[in-house]
Design a protein around this ligand. Structure first.
Ligand SMILES: *Cc1c(COP(=O)(O)O)cnc(C)c1O
Length: 354
């Protein structure tokens, strides 16, 4: 039975990756040992870590540009504080576009003057603020490129000389942007490229070493760079499976070709919402996410029936986040267009029968 998995996170991974990861759990590289029971200092695992970091930089177009890729623990939530710990000396600016952005701002305030440059809270974060300016005296400007809960996405990356930091947890590797505009990018693996348990951090090395405070080793990016993400025992399974997904992405044409597939899926979804009077989209049209499609029933009396129909069609994970309600179809890289068509068929069928 094929399930159509729209889960927001942890979320869908390519079937072939799950199969290969399972094989590695049984026996890695025909060694007679499981990936889970070998030293992270072994040749087998060192190669996995090296390949994972190389693939990440390569896919983002950041080879030989002064960037390092790290696989850390603690989730994107740990990066909320780690970014400030390592980068905030005087003042940092935050674009508050949702629940995750708000949390990032809250954590940064422990370390200094972290200010909200603009916010879309006035309309329950259903749009991306655009009328704001970025003062040149900021240590960095923090954005959330895709707002997983609200289904909005920043289409135009701000132009600024200030160091740009982005939480890209739910749209990294999904679309081509100029990643070299950023000083630091972080993303929890479990949305678009791996299992829960590791967070990818892409950091431009020359932005580090500028704060006067002392930083505990585990929270110091430079320590993790110097130790190549092996300062302590890395989450071996999460890194391995992330590496397999990045390899899958590269073998399938990289970001450019996945972006065109993602565009097709999003276009189909939004068209289905806009042409069906039973449904209404949540996010402002110009800011709609290509990864998380948020929508609602106009008449909540149809909820029980629609939910039942989704269930019968083997659709999983379309319930909206509690702060938005309604529905959220997460259409990450690994989701096939066929699954989107199944959901759209159910939406159209509902219109036909009510
Ligand atoms: C899920 C998510 C987070 C939180 O990630 P954790 O790994 O659970 O800490 C942060 N930011 C965004 C944009 C997310 O989608």
């Amino acid at each position: 039975m094929t399930k159509h998995n729209f889960s927001a996170g942890p979320s869908i991974l390519p079937k072939s990756v799950i199969q290969e990861a399972s094989k590695g759990v049984n026996d890695i590289n025909n060694s007679g040992l499981s990936l889970l029971e070998i030293s992270h200092r072994s040749k087998d695992f060192k190669e996995i870590m090296h390949e994972a970091t190389s693939l990440a930089l390569n896919l983002l177009g950041l080879d030989n540009k002064g960037y390092k890729a790290l696989f850390l623990q603690g989730g994107a939530s740990m990066q909320f504080l780690m970014t400030a710990y390592n980068l905030l000396e005087n003042k940092a600016g935050y674009l508050n576009t949702g629940a995750w952005a708000s949390k990032a701002l809250k954590e940064a305030k422990f370390f200094g003057d972290a200010i909200e440059i603009a916010s879309s809270k006035d309309n329950n974060f259903n749009y991306i603020p655009k009328e704001y300016s970025i003062d040149s005296d900021l240590d960095y400007f923090h954005i959330t490129s895709n707002n997983t809960i609200f289904g909005t996405q920043i289409k135009h990356i701000p132009d600024t000389d200030v160091c740009l930091v982005s939480d890209m947890s739910s749209d990294i590797f999904s679309r081509k942007i100029d990643f070299s505009k950023f000083g630091l990018i972080y993303a929890g693996a479990q949305k678009n490229f791996g299992p829960a348990g590791t967070t990818l951090v892409i950091v431009k090395e020359d932005i580090l070493g500028k704060v006067s405070r002392k930083i505990p080793s585990m929270l110091d990016y430079q320590v993790h760079i110097d130790k190549e993400s092996m300062f302590n025992t890395p989450p071996v399974f999460a890194v391995y499976t992330s590496m397999l997904t990045l390899k899958w992405l590269k073998d399938n044409g990289g970001i450019e070709s996945i972006e065109s597939k993602n565009n097709t899926k999003a276009k189909l979804m939004y068209q289905a919402i806009d042409t069906n009077e039973l449904f209404v989209g949540f996010a402002a049209k110009q800011d709609r996410s290509l990864m998380n499609v948020t929508f609602n029933l106009v008449d909540s009396n149809h909820k029980e029936l629609f939910d039942q129909m989704c269930k019968e069609a083997n659709i999983n994970g379309v319930n909206g986040h509690r702060s938005v309600g309604g529905y959220r179809a997460s259409i990450y890289n690994a989701l096939e267009i066929e699954s989107v068509k199944v959901l759209i068929d159910v939406m159209n069928e509902l219109k036909r029968i009510v």
